[in-house]
Design a protein around this ligand. Sequence first.
Ligand SMILES: *[C@@H]1O[C@H](CO)[C@@H](O)[C@H](O)[C@H]1NC(C)=O
Ligand SMILES: *[C@@H]1O[C@H](CO)[C@@H](O)[C@H](O)[C@H]1NC(C)=O
Ligand SMILES: *[C@@H]1O[C@H](CO)[C@@H](O)[C@H](O)[C@H]1NC(C)=O
Ligand SMILES: *[C@@H]1O[C@H](CO)[C@@H](O)[C@H](O)[C@H]1NC(C)=O
Ligand SMILES: *[C@@H]1O[C@H](CO)[C@@H](O)[C@H](O)[C@H]1NC(C)=O
Length: 471
Amino acid sequence: MVSSFLLIIFFILFSSFLIHVHSSSSLSPNHRQALEISIGIGSGGEGGGGGGGGGESGESEACQCTASPPEIPPQPQPQPQPRPLVFLDERLAVVFPVIQRFKNLITSDPYNVTSTWVGSNVCSYKGFYCESPPDNSSALSMASVDFNGYKLRAPSLVGFIDSLPDIALFHANTNEFGGLIPSNISNLRYLYELDLSNNKFTGAFPTAVFGIKSLTFFDLRFNSFNGLVPSQIFAQPLDVLFINNNNFLQTLPQNLGSTTSFYLTLANNKFNGPIPRSIGKASKTLVEVLFLNNELSGCLPYEIGYLKEATVFDASSNCITGPLPCSFGCLAKMEILNFAGNLLYGVIPEVVCALGNLANLTLSDNYFTGVGPLCKKLIQSGVLDVRMNCIHGLENQRSIAECAMFFAHVKICPFFPTFSLIPCQISHNGWGENSNKSSPGTGGSGYYTRKRSKPSRAPSPTYSALLRHRL
Ligand SMILES: *[C@@H]1O[C@H](CO)[C@@H](O)[C@H](O)[C@H]1NC(C)=O
Ligand SMILES: *[C@@H]1O[C@H](CO)[C@@H](O)[C@H](O)[C@H]1NC(C)=O
Ligand SMILES: *[C@@H]1O[C@H](CO)[C@@H](O)[C@H](O)[C@H]1NC(C)=O
Ligand SMILES: *[C@@H]1O[C@H](CO)[C@@H](O)[C@H](O)[C@H]1NC(C)=O
Ligand SMILES: *[C@@H]1O[C@H](CO)[C@@H](O)[C@H](O)[C@H]1NC(C)=O
């Protein structure tokens, strides 16, 4: 069957050759191509589509063939050549080898993500997203990488993230990346979200990020970075800074309040020393701040009371001492205020309990000694937790001996008069600036029912930063 088919094809070809040999000196390109294709079929895939040289010698080969018509001249076995890759954009051609190199570095891929990283359409690879770059609306570039939760393991990101020149978002929560953060990521002109959370990074704070002018979201939480957090990070124009759950050990930098971040999470490290007074400078921006579970000491600066945009302030589980500043009565938007597990003492200021938006005031495990009527109402409504303090007449308090021991060695705060300062206008018709209570002194007012009827809150961004895995 096959050989008679070959024979027919051959004679058709041969006769057309003879005509051409007589009429023109060389084969036209079209005919040469036709020949290549025919021989390709005839040789039954042997040598694949690579009959490259077949038609080159046109005339003479055709003459040789006349000597033994049924046989196809033996051809050099050409290597099957990979189909040339065609890219949607030259910028994608540039990142293709970068991705393939990185793929080869990956030693664990439990969800088989990298099995999709084949072919020239890099925009269809799992975890990669293409978009038009800002500098050329008709181009297409690798704009974001989202590996959140893929559990990929690679010893380093060097040669990868720094070699995706148009990258704007890099999200890699819950992977096993390690090594150093490449220092020249500072040249990445569009990078604005860098999430390296819950990986295996160690060593010093990645100072390369200071050069990234576009960066607004920076998340290093749940790694093993150690040493110092350079003060420059608080001068960086960030919106979000999550560096919780690392091993940073240092006194909080004095310029902390220069931060432009709305969300600042330094929790679960070994920061020590007092909360810097400069924090008041962040009054226009700071919305949520988490200092919890560090080794902070000293007294609370009354400047915290300037944070008029703040809704969450949590410095629980530290060693902060002194009274609660009355300036906290200016925190008109505050919803969650948590200083549990410190060494605070004094009377809980009524102006704080009067805050109109307060949903959770946790002051347990301190050494407070008194509460007024407004605070007592908050205790009844479950908003204020003062268990394990030294408040006479309340249940679940520390023993008299324990309290006596504490007050025998109590630390007096510097700037003591500032603790009674109230740097805002507080209306006496209901204390808190924004509050609008019908009758603050009487039980069962709309104030508390409003608190209770508050729908279950969406988790705050900073508190969700305390979870290892991005939601
Ligand atoms: C991963 O992909 C390879 C190749 O596509 C396939 O053979 C394998 O079964 C896949 N494994 C899992 C766990 O999906
Ligand atoms: C914009 O991108 C397109 C597509 O890649 C390209 O052909 C064009 O030359 C680029 N224009 C400029 C000004 O770089
Ligand atoms: C960083 O350095 C690597 C290797 O030296 C280079 O390939 C890459 O393009 C550089 N990246 C940037 C953003 O400058
Ligand atoms: C207040 O916050 C603490 C600490 O996060 C939490 O344990 C407690 O359940 C909260 N109380 C209310 C009433 O939401
Ligand atoms: C207080 O409540 C009253 C009645 O609900 C309302 O008319 C008034 O505008 C409120 N004032 C403020 C400052 O919210």
